[in-house]
Design a protein around this ligand. Structure first.
Ligand SMILES: Nc1nc2c(ncn2[C@@H]2O[C@H](COP(=O)(O)OP(=O)(O)O)[C@@H](O)[C@H]2O)c(=O)[nH]1
Ligand SMILES: Nc1ncnc2c1ncn2[C@@H]1O[C@H](COP(=O)(O)OP(=O)(O)O)[C@@H](O)[C@H]1O
Length: 220
């Protein structure tokens, strides 16, 4: 089935993009990421490595690669990360190889990373990066969501609420801002952003040849 880009008609691949979602903890990026991967064909989630403990229900290799600090540092030393950062006293990094493999075949990659990682990706990949910052509708809603997720201790939640303001202060470095109040509305916004970015002229490699071919047919 065609995805509606010229590439899928002419046989020329579309240029893959790097789609980044960031937000303060609890604003909904994991939920939105899962919905996107389920509903957008060809979108691949980047699975990060982290030194933080696994939460109930998380699966190693699906949600994160859970590694200890020496292993993480070894990966840093071997240049295995596209970017990495310290977040909430733990380390998080994006493994380079799967991202490069996906982009090489024109697939889009979805990243759930913080503002520091987004900045690093942007400085490496420039206009191939599209970034969206997710805001909660209110501080009360954010705190409520962290408690109802029920996966972190009260102390951890307090720490994350304290850092939410810092994370939010970086909203102005992002291309798009979505307030996640109603999840269906927020999802539709994020999905539309991705779809529009996929259709950007500069991402559709081979348009010249495609249009030239049709013009020749019309003239001949
Ligand atoms: N720079 C960077 N940040 C990451 C990476 N993976 C996750 N994060 C960020 O680390 C923060 C904490 O993530 P997590 O422990 O899963 O908590 P949650 O945001 O409450 O679900 C979030 O802001 C994530 O976006 C990564 O590979 N690199
Ligand atoms: N729009 C929303 N309305 C109500 N609850 C939400 C909404 N979006 C996400 N949640 C819930 O809030 C909690 C935190 O969401 P999550 O996606 O884990 O956030 P993050 O990945 O940004 O930390 C989860 O329990 C999730 O089900």
């Amino acid at each position: 089935m065609s995805d509606g880009t010229a590439g899928s008609y002419s046989g020329v691949e579309r240029r893959g993009l790097m789609f980044v979602l960031s937000s303060p903890s609890g604003a909904g990026k994991t939920t939105l990421s899962r919905m996107l991967v389920e509903q957008m064909p060809g979108l691949q989630m980047s699975v990060s490595a982290t030194t933080r403990p696994m939460r109930p229900g998380e699966v190693d290799g699906r949600d994160y690669y859970f590694v200890d600090r020496p292993k993480f540092d070894e990966m840093v030393g071997a240049g295995e990360f596209l970017e990495w950062a310290n977040v909430f006293d733990n380390r998080y990094g994006t493994p380079r190889a799967p991202v490069e493999a996906a982009l090489a075949v024109g697939r889009d990659v979805l990243f759930d990373i913080d503002w520091q990682g987004t900045q690093q990706l942007r400085s490496r990949a420039g206009s191939d990066v599209v970034s969206v910052f997710i805001l909660p509708p209110s501080v009360q809603a954010l705190e409520h969501r962290l408690h109802t997720r029920a996966q972190d201790s009260h102390e951890v939640i307090r720490g994350r609420m304290k850092k939410a303001g810092d994370e939010m202060s970086h909203f102005d470095a992002y291309d798009y801002i979505v307030v996640n109040d109603n999840i269906g509305v927020a999802f539709e916004s994020v999905r539309s952003i991705l779809r529009a970015e996929q259709l950007k002229r500069e991402r559709q490699v081979g348009l010249d040849a495609f249009v030239r071919g049709m013009r020749q047919q019309l003239e001949g």
